[in-house]
Unconditional design. Sequence first.
Length: 313
Amino acid sequence: MGRDFMILADAHCDTITYAMDKRESLFNCSGHLNLKKLESAFDGCMQFMAVWIQKSEGAPMKKLAIDALNYFYEQKNLYASAMRLILNKKDAEVGLTKQVGILLSLEGGELLEGELENISMYYEMGVRSICLTWNGHNELGDGVMVNNACGLTEFGKEAIREMNSLGMIVDVSHASKHTFWDAVEFSTFPVIASHSNAFAVCPHIRNLDDAQLRAIGEKRGFAGINMYSDFIAEDGASEYWILKHIEHMLRVAGEDCVGLGCDFDGIERTPEGYNSVSNLPKLYNRLENTYGVKLADKIFYKNLIRVVRTCLK
């Protein structure tokens, strides 16, 4: 069994940063994911591509983020036939063309540098999703690795209000529990946890507990399975454990809210047999055999596309 026509919608990769650092192209860079692999493996694709900048004292975060976005647009001009940009809900139609639909995101609110007007600046540059925090603290709130973490700051609440107004997706992966709950309560649109697994299956601080998963489901949001081995199993990450996370998240968040956010090119270790986006079709086949075509399609693309269409203008 297996689909002749296969579509993917994935909520997180770090391929822009990876390819830029390696001085390679997005079309055939040497990591887990590139445009050529996506074109070869799928008949249609929506891929979130994040801009992530290592935070350091005195680093010009906004300038470095703009440099990364400019790199992306240089690549888009070079490989225009291979990719298109997703800017609005109409652009979220996937499967009509082999072109990879790219949705640009920021990973970490520190890239706003505490200035609300930078949200609209990034919006004008094509960004449509912002991960509120990375692991540490920024002007929006605390990340998951902060001791005695707090929630959203007043600036964080203003930022979410602005994102909701513009039609940008609020991403709570990496957020502390307090920041997570504040964002879920404050956002008037569904939130996503673009690349986070189930704490009940693998008790890592970056994974979501059942209350968080349930809240995402109740808000009609999205949680994307992360392929980082340390988030999948305490020892011996494998396809078996990937499927266990999916099974648990389907049960707790609901079948309309679970999908993929593999974090390719941003992770050091992957389960055996899943070190490339090219391996994902076999996961689809496992899901189809277990749950049937309808639910496999929801997990592989329909759930994420629904949220994108809900949040974007």
